[in-house]
Design a protein around this ligand. Structure first.
Ligand SMILES: [Zn+2]
Length: 190
């Protein structure tokens, strides 16, 4: 549900079975987002928004509606670039180092550059492996992008950050420590 608000622009209302209270946050395009319990009506959501206006104004960095739309547009372009580029780069390193995975996904989380998930497959001995890559990788130097890719590939064999995991990363990227540090200067959000 989207509320059009004269002060905050479009406000995204997300219903969740788990939410017990109404919570405010900012989404990746700079919109105000409300997480509300499943049964919350539009009327109630609006009333809650009105009651919290002052707190929201003071605490949350909401972008103006023009900037919200501009971020949506930037995100769309970035997602397109990511879809056109990242799967090929991932495949390249997977072939080079002999890794097998099943799916590639794209994310736009604010905190993680990538992830590697193993899911038990009842019909096969092999886990189903999904590599997820953040579209924000298109905004970092290519050497750091490659580092994230080999990092996630190494998680196929080591689903942790153990010594043997890092040894495997190092065998593909001898400068991985430097790359890990440099990556901290970037944020995956737009
Ligand atoms: Zn990791």
């Amino acid at each position: 549900m989207i509320l059009k608000d004269s002060e905050f622009g479009e406000v995204v209302v997300r219903k969740s079975a788990l939410a017990k209270n109404i919570r405010f946050s900012i989404n990746t395009s700079g919109r105000l987002q409300m997480s509300v319990p499943n049964h919350t009506s539009e009327f109630l959501a609006k009333r809650f928004l009105n009651r919290n206006r002052k707190m929201i104004r003071e605490k949350l960095p909401i972008k103006n509606p023009a900037e919200q739309r501009s971020r949506d547009y930037q995100k769309k372009i970035l997602a397109k670039k990511a879809r056109e580029y990242l799967p090929y780069r991932l495949e390249y390193f997977a072939k080079l180092y002999g890794y097998r995975y099943d799916k590639v996904k794209f994310s736009h989380a604010n905190t993680r550059w990538g992830s590697c998930t193993h899911r038990k497959n009842p019909n096969s001995k092999q886990d189903e492996i999904t590599i997820s890559l953040n579209i924000g990788l298109m905004n970092v130097p290519s050497v750091l992008r490659d580092y994230v890719i080999v990092h996630e590939l190494a998680h196929i064999n080591h689903p942790d950050h153990s010594k043997s995991f890092w040894a495997e990363v190092e065998s593909h990227d001898t400068n991985y420590k430097l790359h890990e540090t440099r990556l901290k200067k970037f944020s995956p959000g737009i």
